[in-house]
Ligand binder design. Structure first.
Ligand code: FES
Ligand code: FES
Length: 157
């Protein structure tokens, strides 16, 4: 199979790459660009560990072909902080002890960012549960993750 040229906009940087048409966005992020904050786990869409933002919406990068998202804006966990300054959602996860092994954290944080950015009013805990329902965590029991997202959501008032 022949490689094709693709132009990807990741964290506001444009990358021109030669990839195989069957390569997923998850594979390209981790294996070609070294953006290993995007986690690889199930690779079949069921865990949310590979979540990134596509035009601000959370998507599973293991289910998308990189060719499909050409020229669209992709945000990975590496693109959230402003230099040394963590994004408020990242800081809130730290402050609320919402990270244990950290494997789910990039996907959880990006999902939280999208949920809060789209809110009309502060999210209820049930709405946060719904927002993160596709993201699995084996460590925290979810309560502290919900606390962290809720705190940012309230500050957006
Ligand atoms: S690795 Fe993509 S959903 Fe699990
Ligand atoms: S912190 Fe370990 S999987 Fe969520």
């Amino acid at each position: 199979m022949e490689k094709r040229e693709v132009t990807l906009n990741i964290n506001n940087e444009v990358h021109h790459l030669e990839i195989f048409p069957h390569e997923t966005l998850r594979e390209v992020l981790r294996e070609r660009l070294g953006l290993t904050g995007t986690k690889a786990a199930c690779d079949d869409g069921s865990c949310g560990a590979c979540t990134v933002l596509l035009e601000g919406k959370p998507v599973r990068s293991c289910l998308l072909l990189a060719m499909e998202v050409e020229h669209q804006h992709i945000t990975t966990i590496e693109g959230l902080a402003d230099g040394e300054q963590l994004h408020p959602m990242q800081q809130s996860f730290v402050d609320h002890h919402a990270i244990q092994c950290g494997f789910c954290s990039p996907g959880m944080i990006l999902t939280g960012v999208a949920a809060v950015e789209n809110q009309q009013k502060p999210l209820s805990r049930d709405e946060i549960r719904e927002a993160i329902s596709g993201n699995l965590c084996r460590c925290t029991g979810y309560a502290k993750i919900i606390d962290a997202i809720e705190a940012v959501s309230k500050k957006q008032e």
